[in-house]
Ligand binder design. Structure first.
Ligand SMILES: Nc1nc2c(c(=O)[nH]1)N[C@H]1C(S)=C(S)[C@@H](COP(=O)(O)OP(=O)(O)OC[C@H]3O[C@@H](n4cnc5c(=O)[nH]c(N)nc54)[C@H](O)[C@@H]3O)O[C@H]1N2
Ligand SMILES: Nc1nc2c(c(=O)[nH]1)N[C@H]1C(S)=C(S)[C@@H](COP(=O)(O)OP(=O)(O)OC[C@H]3O[C@@H](n4cnc5c(=O)[nH]c(N)nc54)[C@H](O)[C@@H]3O)O[C@H]1N2
Ligand code: SF4
Ligand SMILES: [Mo]
Length: 802
């Protein structure tokens, strides 16, 4: 280990610089993770020319329409754009590959059942450019690493299978058969199937996901980490332990009946834009909206529905009736403050506020919870959440008056060390009000990827239930492994320690989506083989094992022809509706395979004649896959018939009938501790968020229009008073430093932006700041990385470098 020592001026302690990032700290030495020097695993540290304007207070409107159309015009053929716009989110059409927000059950608008970001997602996938052998012959890995994520994505659709042979500096073409043989050989050479990792991203269809987990389990492992581990895993954990099921309970129609919608830690204007139409309808009926978010997000303040000309003229609908700019990770404190105020009043007014009938008959743990609530000093709670007593009182009044309450949340709650507690605290509030399983009330974890919920239903999970495995064994005749496998963070650590040697990714962009970029990079580089099934070039193709493969696949918009004719696939949205999706565009290249076909061919090459599954039959007609799913997974009775019905079908949801599949059949109150971050005077709590111009690691463009930040992603949003206290000015270039367990991680060169954000809270964009998130710090119970509460310091670049 090469070692250099120097004095760190900031801490006045000895700093040891070492090669390996996974070393332990020794006494008061800080071990600088030298490999947070960008090894090509992070986006380049160059600026793109920031423009700053005022943050917007209104979302969508005509600008949304024009931006969407510009994207379609710029990247797609006109005829393709027209065709897809008529099919997008129509019954029997293409399920939008963007987010998982549901489509209306009843009549859908012929044109326009989508949003700006839906069009951007389509334009990104259905690009007219494609890249193959010639492109990769011209560009070495290091050339490509120097490109930004935006530039990589704009190169075009991947057109043929490529291999990076050991020692080579560029990808070259490989026939499909050879690629599958190579993977099969590497997998079979492992000492144990548990030395392989099979990742999934949430765009994968039900059909592909089911086949994939079947193959992986027949191969002999439960190492099935997925993007959900980094996303709503905390929701699944919290909901299943309190309410007996890991999914939300409301339907889209419930928004038409709610008295109050509470939106915590979610930015729907950007990430689930059509949710704004549901909120608009709720408001027009007299429903109220309470927003809880450190940032004043445009989509939560005002919505100008682009499909309603009168609304455009009148300036849209005011959405949030009350906006609480909570401190990052202050939600448990805030909810406790609200609930303790309500409890006090409930006692005084003798039971008009809580639904005591429901609490007594359907729940467990109320008394303990009421005692627990009274332990907290109200001033401490106020201080922890950063919201004044007057504002808390207003929120309590709104809740007091409402019977039908929907709670919506997303990553602002899940990606903290206490992510599971955050959601359990939301459940406590709903239980107090008896607002679960009633019309207009219940839980609404708003899912991210368009089929992330369906993938989990299909068995993409490192911790499958025994009943699921039993059924798989009974129906298919395989021997399913019982030992739970690696989640995403476990997988990184296993590859890092060389306990896992083959990485296979069905979609996604592992290196950019995961925390601790440079540690993850080393983990991938330690592998014998890394394989990515992808539609587009991304950074994960460039941070590779000894050998690497890119397997190009059909996307949602492409037609999928198999032996029995054109196929469709199916997906499950955020509210448990399963519906079909059928591509309509000609694939950009004849060499693309569908995801189910890739899985089947891989299974044949790996398992050979010992497999219990007729893989060719499955692919000849996807009805065979659905028949198998129907036999294994409850709720999919008559799958093939019902999925063909316009609009699909709802999966069973016990919570909707106030049924709780917990051990005692009751819903459970929980007593959750307050998180504590104990920030030093020079430390900040950082959240990593999405801009309006990206879908996770896919960068559509460089603008964050609603926040008024244009043409730049390397920014840090800071409270103006914090800037002043640090003697910093907007426009200063800062390095960001996180320090955990004696290890420092550095993200270089971020432009300071003064922004309306609570003091001591800062925001950066993902994936640029992922290098700062330690892989071994994650939510208790769910292992979701702490992407929304990373403790950092900032250093003006000149000072750090001098
Ligand atoms: N256009 C577009 N759509 C998307 C995606 C995309 O990248 N682009 N991604 C998809 C995916 S996979 C997902 S999971 C979802 C993500 O959807 P979101 O969760 O809305 O996405 P984030 O940008 O992570 O935003 C988190 C929000 O939580 C707030 N927040 C952060 N920390 C806290 C906190 O401690 N408390 C509270 N109350 N709020 C907090 C932030 O200010 C921000 O408004 O969107 C999906 N849809
Ligand atoms: N710091 C920080 N990190 C985060 C988050 C955060 O808020 N902050 N959010 C986390 C969350 S919520 C999530 S869900 C993860 C997302 O993690 P991932 O799902 O791994 O990442 P994506 O960016 O959605 O994956 C994009 C890639 O998928 C491929 N792709 C697109 N469509 C298809 C398709 O149809 N088939 C196949 N096979 N491939 C396709 C393309 O090649 C594209 O480059 O990131 C997580 N990481
Ligand atoms: S709200 Fe989500 S699913 Fe609906 S069109 Fe927009 S991106 Fe697509
Ligand atoms: Mo997500």
């Amino acid at each position: 280990m090469e070692e250099k020592t120097k004095k760190s001026r900031s801490k006045k302690v000895k700093t040891t610089i070492v090669d390996s990032p996974a070393v332990e700290s020794k006494g008061n030495e800080i071990i600088v993770v030298t490999s947070t020097e960008n090894t090509g695993a992070q986006p380049p540290e160059s600026f793109t020319g920031m423009r700053k304007r005022k943050a917007k207070t209104k979302a969508a409107g005509l600008k949304g329409v024009s931006t969407a159309l510009n994207h379609a015009r710029k990247y797609m053929r006109v005829s393709d754009a027209k065709k897809t716009m008529f099919a997008l989110n129509q019954k029997g059409g293409i399920d939008c590959p963007g987010c998982a927000w549901p489509d209306p059950d009843d009549d859908r608008s012929r044109l326009g059942e989508y949003c700006e970001n839906g069009i951007k997602a389509i334009a990104e996938e259905a690009q007219r450019n494609s890249i193959g052998a010639d492109f990769f012959a011209q560009h070495s890995i290091s050339d490509l690493q120097a490109l930004s994520d935006f530039e990589l994505g704009k190169k075009g659709r991947l057109a043929e299978p490529m291999i990076l042979r050991a020692g080579s500096d560029r990808y070259s073409p490989i026939p499909w058969n050879e690629a599958f043989q190579l993977i099969g050989k590497e997998l079979n050479a492992l000492q144990s199937p548990d030395e392989a990792v099979f990742y999934t991203s949430g765009r994968t269809s039900n059909e592909a996901a089911f086949l994939y987990q079947l193959f992986v389990r027949e191969f002999g492992t439960n190492n099935l980490p997925d993007c959900s581990n980094m996303c709503h895993e905390s929701s699944g954990k919290a909901l299943s332990t309190t309410l007996g099921m890991g999914k939300g309970s409301v339907t889209l129609e419930d928004f038409d009946h709610a008295d109050l919608v509470i939106i915590l830690g979610q930015n729907p204007g950007t990430n689930h834009p059509r949710m704004l139409s549901a909120l608009e309808r709720c408001k027009e009926r007299g429903g109220k909206i309470l927003a809880i978010n450190p940032l004043k997000e445009a989509g939560l303040t005002n919505f100008v529905n682009p499909q309603r000309p009168m609304k455009i003229l009148r300036g849209g609908t005011q959405l949030a009736d009350l906006y609480l700019q909570v401190k990052i990770n202050g939600d448990v404190a805030l909810l406790k403050a609200i609930m303790s105020m309500l409890l006090f009043q409930e006692k005084q007014e003798l039971g008009d506020i809580f639904d005591m009938d429901f609490i007594t008959s359907r729940t467990e743990g109320y008394e303990d919870f009421a005692m627990h609530l009274q332990q907290f000093d109200f001033r401490d709670l106020e201080e922890d959440c950063g919201i004044s007593r007057g504002q808390i009182r207003k929120a309590a009044r709104m809740i007091k008056k409402s019977k039908r309450i929907i709670a919506c949340w997303a990553m602002g709650l899940t990606q903290h060390e206490n992510g599971v507690d955050n959601i359990r605290e939301v459940v406590n509030l709903l239980l107090l009000k008896g607002s679960i399983g009633i019309q207009g009330g219940g839980t609404c974890p708003v899912r991210g990827h368009s089929n992330v919920q369906g993938d989990r239903t299909m068995g993409i999970w490192e911790a499958p239930k025994a009943e699921f495995l039993d059924k798989l064994e009974e129906v298919v005749g395989i021997k399913a492994p019982r030992k739970h496998g690696f989640s995403t963070v476990d997988a990184i650590q296993a590859m890092y320690k060389r306990q896992a040697k083959v990485f296979f990714g069905l979609g996604g962009n592992f290196i950019s989506a995961t925390p601790d970029t440079e540690v993850t990079a080393q983990a991938l580089r330690n592998c014998n083989l890394t394989v990515h099934v992808s539609t587009k070039l991304n950074r994960s193709h460039l941070v590779h094992g000894k050998q690497a493969l890119i397997l190009p696949c059909l996307g949602r918009t492409d037609t999928d022809a198999q032996e029995s004719g054109e196929q469709f696939v199916s997906t499950e949205n955020s509210m448990g509706v399963v519906q079909m999706s059928k591509g309509i565009l000609s694939p950009c290249s004849g060499a693309l395979l569908s995801e189910p076909a890739i899985v089947a061919k891989l299974a044949k090459a790996t398992l050979g004649s010992k497999s219990k599954v007729d893989w060719d039959l499955m692919i000849s007609n996807y009805d065979h896959i659905r028949d198998l799913i129907e036999k294994v997974i409850p709720g999919f009775e008559q799958y093939n018939e019902r999925v063909r019905e316009p609009g699909g079908f709802y999966l069973p949801n016990p919570n909707r009938n106030q049924e709780f599949s917990t051990a005692d059949g009751k819903a459970h109150f929980t007593c959750n501790p307050l998180p504590s971050h104990k920030l030093e005077p020079d430390q900040y709590l950082m959240m990593t968020i999405r801009t309006h111009d990206q879908f996770n690691t896919t960068i559509y463009g460089l603008d964050d229009r609603y926040r008024g930040i244009y043409r730049e992603r390397r920014v840090i949003l800071m409270n103006p008073e914090d800037l002043e206290a640090e003697q910093l000015k907007p426009g200063d270039v800062l390095d960001l430093i996180s320090e955990y367990d004696g290890q420092q991680r550095i993200a270089r060169k971020f432009i300071a932006v003064a922004y309306d954000i609570p003091s001591k809270c800062v925001a950066t964009y993902f994936p640029e700041a992922n290098v700062l998130i330690p892989v071994n710090h994650y939510a208790r119970e769910s292992k979701t990385p702490i992407s929304k509460s990373v403790i950092i310091k900032v250093k003006k670049v000149e000072e750090l470098r001098s």
